[in-house]
Write a protein that binds this ligand. Structure first.
Ligand code: TYD
Length: 412
């Protein structure tokens, strides 16, 4: 069944009509909409998953927009604290923030898209006031249990004004992995400009399109990620609301992420200019780069399916490792179902006992992986490849293999 969505004809940052489609991933269900057993007989909503490039400002984006209420509701399955490596990463953000701006008991730190409060917990050691904003009520309950003041809302201009009235202006606003989740980028950044203190700082993290292109991370595309960022369109977006990137660095999570420090004023720092130059050198500002990427994705699908078929022909048992959202893009696009994967294992209790959207592969806890080890595991959580290969050393020493799907499918 086709779900409800709207198609927009213009770029969501600059409004240009010059938006060109370069990747068609077919119709897929929502990537984090895991199913209970009783849901399996119901008709699942599917939505087109096509990716576009704006030749004016350079934003890569989806134009078929699934309303955010459909995606970020009480069923939202992502819990930040469930992934051990993410906890270390968030601790690093809090340290980094302190290097840029002294934090005292008078500081108000607001995390937009606070999820289960994992990031704010690391700020709590500073004594600062903590406020978490997130529309996904189930994850927010976990944050509230940690003593964080929680606001169950989707952040936009109206929400910003309400928060400013109630709590005053925010000194530090963090938004990790949320900008891509907001279909209204202008409303979001305008909201920040209303809510942030004069000398305040916004810390944004977004997956970097450079890595997506270089590593053929096509599976990072799913409906909750409305936009895919390079530095150039972001610079333009912040400048529209009187802000500029004061500092920026690349951090190694989610397949390659930008950590961006934004302040009032339009001056761009030297490090930003360097990154803009590098983006031009890599061709991130020309459509041809994205068209080539689309071709690589098609080849990847063929190669991965060939590898899986050869293994199945040899009667090998294959399972999936990590019931990730990105994995659901990959499984649905490559049409990998229970005829290939017996099951998927994942550490998130919320996902265990459920089934993946679209392909309906059952999900079990990690114990099942060790109790019934496969011959080969398709690594759907490839963003943790090093941690997982290390963690599963024993399985590998006993001859167990992993199939790494990107940048080119291979068995290790
Ligand atoms: P995540 O990195 O959030 O990817 P996505 O945004 O695509 O969903 O998800 C990682 C998933 O992998 C999460 O459900 C937890 C799981 N996981 C394991 O099962 N085992 C592991 O060792 C690690 C690191 C993660």
């Amino acid at each position: 069944m086709l779900g409800k969505y709207t198609h927009r004809g213009t770029c969501r940052i600059c409004g240009s009509k010059n938006v060109i489609k370069f990747l068609e991933l077919g119709q897929t269900p929502l990537a984090n909409r895991f199913l209970c057993k009783e849901d399996l007989t119901e008709d699942e909503p599917y939505y087109p998953l096509d990716v576009y490039y704006c030749t004016e400002c350079g934003l890569v984006q989806l134009l078929d927009v699934v309303p955010s209420e459909e995606i970020f509701n009480e069923d939202y399955a992502y819990f930040t604290g469930a992934s051990e490596p993410m906890r270390g990463h968030f601790s690093g953000i809090a340290d980094d923030a302190q290097q840029h701006l002294p934090i005292t008991e008078d500081t108000l730190v607001v995390d937009i898209g606070c999820n289960d409060g994992t990031l704010l917990e690391y700020f709590s050691r500073t004594g600062a006031g903590l406020l978490g904003v997130d529309p996904a009520v189930n994850t927010l309950q976990v944050a509230a249990q940690k003593g964080i003041t929680t606001i169950p809302e989707f952040f936009d201009e109206n929400c910003a004004l309400k928060l400013r009235d109630e709590f005053g202006k925010a000194d530090i606003i963090t938004a990790t992995n949320v900008l891509a989740h907001n279909p209204d980028l202008n409303g979001f950044v305008k909201g920040i400009s209303l809510f942030m203190a004069e000398k305040g700082m916004l810390i944004v993290e977004v997956p970097y399109i450079k890595n997506m292109i270089q590593n053929v991370e096509f599976d990072s595309c799913y409906h909750e990620h409305y936009s895919y960022f390079a530095v150039r369109p972001l610079t333009y977006l912040f400048s529209k609301y009187g802000m500029g990137i004061a500092d920026i660095r690349e951090v190694p999570v989610h397949g390659g992420t930008l950590r961006i420090f934004v302040r009032r004023g339009k001056e761009e720092s030297e490090v930003v200019n360097k990154m803009l130059t590098r983006e031009r050198e890599l061709g991130l500002d020309v459509i041809g780069t994205y068209i080539d990427f689309g071709k690589k994705v098609k080849l990847l699908k063929e190669k991965l399916n060939t590898i899986l078929k050869e293994l199945k022909d040899k009667n090998k048992k294959i399972t999936g490792y990590g019931a990730t959202a990105k994995g659901n893009t990959l499984l649905n696009y490559c049409k990998i179902s229970t005829d290939i994967l017996d099951f998927i294992t994942d550490t998130t209790p919320f996902k265990q006992g459920k089934y993946t959207p679209g392909m309906h592969i059952p999900i079990f806890s990690e114990e099942k992986f060790h109790e019934e080890p496969p011959d080969c595991a398709l690594l759907l959580a490839w963003n943790y490849v090093n941690e997982i290969l290390e963690k599963e050393r024993e399985y590998r020493e006993r001859g167990g293999k992993f199939i790494l799907p990107i940048p080119e499918p291979r068995v290790v």
